[in-house]
Design a protein around this ligand. Structure first.
Ligand code: PSV
Ligand code: MN
Length: 424
């Protein structure tokens, strides 16, 4: 299904007066609003191919209907999101869940929707039908060489798919670890993993990056072989200049100070990208900004400050990806909400009065520092983000248009009520 341009225009016409009133009021108080608008227009977030269907938990899964049955339909869905918000112009693929049969055709289809391919994801956390060796006791860390070799080859295959699609990064998330004390020799597991990553690194084209994603727990519950940002940083430092750490917001122990982690990784030139989501307890994979919006703001505040300090390009020097799962919501509505939350938070970080904040920090004025941050966080920037969307050709209110066009109903009619998308 597609939403034609004239429908977006009609929708915008019906909201334009009210929008202009709000935008004029806001922009009068925002410094450099035109520059900020351009940054918002340029900023794109990659949609994960595994998040277009209903997720689930280990207790069950409740399908919502109309889920994409193929990679082509997934790209169509992401194209739809992008047509509505003009900020979802990239796809992140998981192999083998979404192995392209005809890469050239997939690349063309994506381009028709204005989409490019962001980081490719490998999967050595599940056994696939017909797979020779099991990953039950890990992949790159495994005590047996043939299992490690199989995992290395899989990652190299993922790089090959990525080259065909025009991607330039590989994200490696390993579920490797142990469930019980004594199960694993930590040092050997680390060394095996490093050795495997080195072989994968050697297969990267010269303009590619490898992102090493860390996670504190799950599915292993005693130790994880890439358990935190320190361990990831250790691997990527040993690997070389094309290796970076990837931060998934749900992969920390409770109350971790993620904004500080981000600041230091950026300082070291080793922050590669993000998996955005939100959580209350663990790796809950909830809608971005739904639980801890202030934490997200503090993270973006460090990102903007740190990227500017290093002269980085906000749009392409880091990989911006969503990694979420939807158990009770329509996945497309959830993704629209997540992208909106990211854009709003990015905008709030862009309007922070850096001079005021630096002065407050330099004079140990804690109150003024807090005020500088909260002044931005408490600013309603919705009309700024909407104006960027409008100028980019998107809808003033993507979610409202999605609903009034009855997109899900159309998709159910087209694809059926019982389709199941690939993914977890
Ligand atoms: C693991 O929890 C993870 O965050 C990794 O990024 C995986 O690729 C993704 O989720 C799969 O659901
Ligand atoms: Mn992730």
């Amino acid at each position: 299904m597609q939403i034609e341009k004239y429908k977006i225009d009609t929708h915008n016409q019906s909201l334009i007066k009210e929008h202009q009133r709000k935008y004029e009021f806001l922009s009068a108080g925002v410094k450099d609003s035109e520059k900020i608008l351009q940054k918002l227009i340029d900023f794109q977030v990659a949609i994960p191919s595994w998040a277009l269907g209903t997720g689930g938990t280990r207790f069950g899964r409740f399908s919502g209907g109309g889920e994409p049955r193929s990679l082509e339909e997934k790209i169509e869905d992401i194209g739809l999101l992008h047509a509505l918000n003009r900020s979802s112009g990239a796809v992140s693929l998981h192999i083998p869940w979404d192995r392209p049969k005809d890469a050239a055709a997939i690349r063309t289809l994506a381009a028709q929707h204005g989409l490019r391919f962001d980081a490719m994801n490998s999967n050595t956390f599940q056994d696939q039908p017909g797979q020779k060796h099991s990953y039950k006791f890990g992949s790159l860390q495994h005590v047996r060489k043939e299992v490690r070799q199989q995992a290395i080859e899989h990652n190299i295959e993922v790089i090959r798919h990525g080259i065909e699609l025009g991607s330039n990064a590989l994200t490696v998330w390993l579920s490797d670890g142990s469930c019980f004390p004594g199960q694993l020799n930590f040092r050997k597991a680390f060394q095996n993993t490093l050795d495997g990553l080195q072989q994968i690194y050697a297969a990267l084209p010269s303009d590619w990056k490898i992102f090493v994603e860390y996670k504190a727990f799950e599915p292993n519950f005693y130790s994880t072989t890439v358990g935190d940002w320190g361990q990831s940083l250790l691997y990527v430092s040993k690997l070389g200049p094309k290796a970076y750490t990837l931060v998934d917001l749900g992969h920390h122990l409770p109350n971790a100070n993620i904004e500080q982690i981000v600041a230091l990784l950026l300082m070291e030139g080793k922050l590669g990208g993000f998996h955005f989501n939100d959580s209350k307890y663990g790796d809950d994979d909830l809608t971005v900004g739904s639980i801890k919006p202030y934490q997200l703001f503090l993270i973006f505040n460090e990102l903007v400050e740190g990227m500017d300090a290093r002269g980085m390009d906000h749009t392409k020097d880091l990989g911006w990806m969503i990694d979420a799962s939807h158990n009770v919501k329509d996945p497309l509505e959830d993704l629209l909400q997540s992208v909106e939350a990211i854009m709003l938070t990015y905008a709030q970080a862009l309007i922070v009065d850096r001079k005021k904040l630096t002065e407050a920090q330099q004079s140990n004025d804690t109150v003024a520092a807090q005020e500088a941050l909260q002044d931005s966080f408490r600013t309603d920037v919705r009309s700024l983000v909407a104006e960027a969307r409008l100028r980019a050709g998107g809808a003033l209110d993507p979610l409202a248009l999605y609903r009034s066009e009855k997109v899900r109903e159309h998709l159910i009619k087209e694809r059926g009520a019982k389709t199941v998308a690939t993914g977890l």
